[in-house]
Design a protein around this ligand. Structure first.
Ligand code: NAD
Length: 429
């Protein structure tokens, strides 16, 4: 019988190649110090763990988990954990590197990391996922920690999974350090030390970016039509907040279906349907199913990719009619796709800026935990909004200074901060 745990796939061209090419281009343009360039072109630590778990049917499976820690010059490593059948070492590397740029751009005291488990979580029961998560946490051991490396939710991971990690990590340490060790992850449920507003922080940040873009380009969001790929945490909350700005959601695509309704899809009704349907949008009555291949070509003003990497490519970028692509996902646009969009005058709000609301929210959760405080959601969202606006304006100004697009400019802002830190601190010994 086929094993449920899949073996890790062989190396293929993918997100890692994209992130490295973007980095090399930015480093050339800004004339990054050669020594710093060497340091940042490598990951500091790459952890691969194989760990056994007993399934509900009594059989044992061995799973493969990853944690790549790219750089910690600015502070502890920070980045999500993803449970997906595409998780591999190259993907984890790429996503870890993007996290270093993202935390630097946002002005946070963090480095960059990423990881996850190579599996399809929909094939496992809740009890199995709990045992898989706890055993993965145990296998990572002291390679993570509240002042060393702080994971957070990503694709197919959620506050419940963060709570299991926090509980396992802190339970396997001395009881005298239990409470400090509970803060090993962010994105926890509120009752387990989570932050009010962390659930919606990424989608809120995507819309904060779109508001800044709207102001800059004089394109009111009210009356605009938008499409969203991925209707999980980021896709749903982005739709929720864009609706508040008076925009209309006309199409949604997830792993199971592509739905279209030119008169508008209610994100709340779709979310309720998805929740009740194993987080799948298929079968929703408020929209018609359409051919997934037609999704990107739909007539709309805003496109929000909020699923996986390398989705906007030379195959579909030319068909995009929107004024702006707001990258909720990490790495959704590949190099060729980006060139086509830019040639066609489509603005791109790059991932490391656009989806940074999530890690900014995580930072405030970590601070709240460290100070043993409990903050109000209104304060949290206002602080995230302010930080996003600051980063957005910095990216626009730096783009003018270097005469580059916004992605290059976002990289330059991030790399400059890292370069300054290395120059000031020097290299041990
Ligand atoms: P999620 O698991 O909550 O949702 C993922 C969604 O993508 C689901 O609706 C799923 O059906 C859909 N999807 C998966 N494969 C697909 C495919 N082939 N085609 C279309 N849709 C597909 O994950 P999330 O937390 O919302 O993360 C989405 C993206 O946003 C990821 O790239 C993640 O790295 C990025 N991101 C997440 C956060 C966060 O705070 N959660 C922060 C920053 C960036």
């Amino acid at each position: 019988m086929a094993s449920k745990a899949e073996s890790a796939p062989a190396r293929k061209e993918g997100m890692y190649d994209v992130v490295m090419r973007q980095f090399e281009a930015a480093a050339d343009i800004m004339k990054l110090d050669p020594g710093v360039r060497k340091i940042l072109s490598k990951t500091n630590t790459e952890i691969v763990v194989h760990f056994p778990v007993r399934l509900d049917n009594g059989k044992i499976e061995v799973f493969t988990g990853y944690r790549v820690q790219h750089n910690n010059a600015l502070g502890p490593y920070k980045g999500g954990l993803r449970y997906h059948s595409t998780v591999d070492i190259d993907g984890a590397r790429a996503l870890a590197i993007w996290m270093t740029w993202k935390t630097s751009l946002a002005g946070l005291p963090y480095g960059g990391a990423k990881g996850g488990i190579h599996l399809n979580p929909k094939e496992y029961s809740k009890n199995e996922l709990e045992r898989i998560t706890r055993r993965f946490t145990y296998a990572l051991g002291d390679n993570i920690g509240p002042d060393l490396d702080i994971p957070a939710p990503d694709v197919n991971t959620n506050p419940q999974i963060m709570a299991w990690i926090a509980d396992t990590f802190s339970s396997t340490k001395s009881p005298s350090t239990r409470f400090a060790n509970l803060h090993v992850v962010t994105g926890k449920p509120i009752g387990a030390g989570g932050l009010a507003g962390r659930d919606r922080a990424t989608g809120f940040g995507v819309v904060a970016n779109l508001k800044a873009w709207s102001k800059l380009t004089n394109n009111p969001l009210k009356g605009m039509r938008f499409t969203v790929q991925g209707f999980g945490n980021v896709g749903y909350w982005t739709a929720h907040f864009l609706l508040k700005e008076g925009a209309t959601l006309i199409a949604v695509q997830d792993a199971t279906a592509t739905l279209h309704n030119p008169k508008g899809i209610d994100p709340e009704a779709l979310n309720a349907h998805s929740e009740a349907n194993g987080r799948n949008i298929q079968g929703f009555k408020g929209a018609a199913e359409m051919d997934p291949k037609e999704f990107w070509a739909l007539d709309c003003d805003i496109v929000v990719p909020a699923a996986l990497g390398n989705q906007i490519t030379e195959e579909n970028a030319g068909s995009i009619k929107a004024k702006v692509v707001a990258e909720g996902a990490n790495g959704p646009t590949d190099i060729q796709g980006e060139q086509i969009l830019l040639k066609n005058g489509v603005h791109i709000i790059p991932d490391i800026l656009c989806n940074s609301g999530g890690v900014i929210g995580s930072y405030y959760e970590w601070l709240q935990n460290k100070r043993a405080e409990i903050w109000k959601i209104e304060e949290v969202l206002e602080m995230i909004h302010d930080k996003i606006e600051t980063s957005f304006n910095q990216v626009v100004e730096t783009a003018k200074e270097f005469k580059v697009d916004w992605r290059m400019s976002a990289y330059i802002v991030a790399l400059r901060r890292l370069e300054t830190t290395y120059m000031e601190r020097g290299i041990f010994p």
